[in-house]
Design a protein around this ligand. Sequence first.
Ligand code: NDP
Length: 481
Amino acid sequence: MSPKTMTTTAGNPIPDNQNSVTAGARGPLLMQDYQLLEKLAHQNRERIPERVVHAKGSGAHGTFRLTHDLSQYTTASLFTTVGKETPVFQRFSTVAGERGAADAERDVRGFALKFYTEQGNFDLVGNNTPVFFVRDPLKFPDFIHTQKRHPKSNLRSNTAMWDFWSLSPESLHQVTILFSDRGLPQSFRHINGYGSHTYSLINGNGERFWVKFHFKTQQGIKCLTNKEAQAVVAKDRESNQRDLFEAIEAGDFPRWNVQVQIMPELEAEKYHIHPFDVTKVWPHKDYPVQDIGVLELNRNPDNYFAEVEQASFSPSNMVAGISWSPDKMLQARIFSYADAHRYRVGTHYEMLPINRPLTPVHTYHLDGSMRFDAPGGPDAYYEPNSFDGPVQDEAFREPPLKISGNGDRYDHRQGNDDYGQPGDLFRLMSDDQKNQLFNNLAEGMEGVPAEIVQRQLGHFHKADPAYAAGVAKALGVASQG
Ligand code: NDP
């Protein structure tokens, strides 16, 4: 058989791929035409469930090059040898739209990175915003319901969005970013990325530092107005996919300066801002950003489905020397992201080439869909065992968390300033940015009942009276205060 002979999935040669087998030229099909049956069966299975959030995305391969040694903070090898290049895969996305949604929409952009380190995979699953809408994962499914379609009308609902936001003032910071000029990026190359959550770094002395990751675009921030976006979408629903793909094909590789903010462990107890609250940033004057390296995207995937649709990022993928923080949203994502992939890709999704680490994997997870090797060896399929199977290594034990407390449901609304940082952001905007914010919000509130609008204006007012006055004017309603 020639290497180019077409085969069935079992490797059997296919003699004819144009004419199905029939009993005579005008007779019915024969059951034995296995090639026909296999083609039809495969066609029925060409889709997997789309992601419930971040369904529409684009991805590319690249590298992270370390420019500053972080060994005083961490043992993670990707951060300790200046000049080291760690391969990465990155997926950008919109959040609310389905797989076929237009790219140029006002929405947060996902900024998910998988670092294939020599210590296993480290996934940093962030956004183009440093904060998020809610700080407690109990509220996350409800929040996402408001971003998706109304169960009866099957339409997106401004009323649901603003009802939820106006009843959840912790969302104001992210709402202000979403409706600012930066809420509608021109392309994935022109956004910043943020790890958003607080993570931790652990050094060789067992000392822990809290860390926030930032990725500043070298291409510059570029945004679209609502009107410009409408014109883009009318002509091209894949504007961000096209921009990223074509730039990389042309050798114009996008880059980001990678930065960190670092906080010693015990400062978290007394810092005036809750350092694990994902609705807050750490102001730069308190914790300056430090450059650590450069992220470059330089290779397009060969197959979109295999490499982008099946790319499975999860904050549970963590290497020695880096760890999580008590951020409640992060803690929930450790479970829910991996769980989403088990559901939509399959039990052993991490065995797929795009997800598999470069390092050997030694688990005792046994069977389930897509199992195709014997991880522990033929006899070592449980642990402990006497057959030289893989064992735990105490050297990787993390130092105990110094922060402690009593297990309870602590009211996250108590003692939390939901207005200071949105106000800070508003005040740093130029007049033009402020006007865009007012008009974007007024457009976004179209059709929302007056009572909900008034409730939301009350939040804008608490952030800054000029914020509420500007939105009220754009809406043509009475201002608060
Ligand atoms: P700084 O003046 O030190 O930092 C301001 C930051 O705001 C810069 O990183 C800038 O990013 C970013 N920024 C500017 N315009 C916008 C916009 N329209 N939408 C979103 N981000 C914008 O002040 P602070 O650190 O005290 O932060 C003040 C406010 O800035 C915060 O409340 C927060 O809303 C926002 N911010 C803060 C960040 C942080 O980590 N401290 C990160 C991002 C935003 P760039 O340098 O790219 O222009």
